[in-house]
Design a protein around this ligand. Sequence first.
Ligand code: ZN
Length: 175
Amino acid sequence: MKGNSAIIVVDLVHDFVDGKFGSEEAKSVVKRTRDLLSKRRELPLIVTRDYHMPNDPEFAIWGEHCLQGTVGSELVPEIAEFESHVITKRHYDAFYDSDLDGYLSAIGANDIYICGISTDICVRHTVAGAFFRNYSISVIEDLCAAIDPNHHAAAIKEMKSLYGVKLVKSGELKQ
Ligand code: ZN
């Protein structure tokens, strides 16, 4: 049985758009995501924010970013303007240690669209989290960007082959 749909926008926060790991590609992803969100009629929106405590173990790998209470961890205004359920997260996978799965159950959504930054890290791990929980998953390819652009295409290919995601373009969504 097909359930409701929802869209999960991963980590369009300042540090990934125009801060520490920002890029021009990230800024165009924000613009295109905003376009889709403003055209959407019913699709519930969930946004995630990378949100770390001081000395978070993840900083050993990436250095300090998206620190709680700093602008870097805040949603960019183009995304913050939309009503959404916000998930703050400390890990790549937005399902891990969060109420994301519970929230999706509460709204009856088992068919999810995922997009955001970085394709190969938090998008990919959130897709894995959804896969292990038996969601039907579509990745909106043109609304994803990788911190290292060389990693984008491989991550898209892997999500398709490992987790069987459907690859869609933002123009194809009609909800
Ligand atoms: Zn992080």
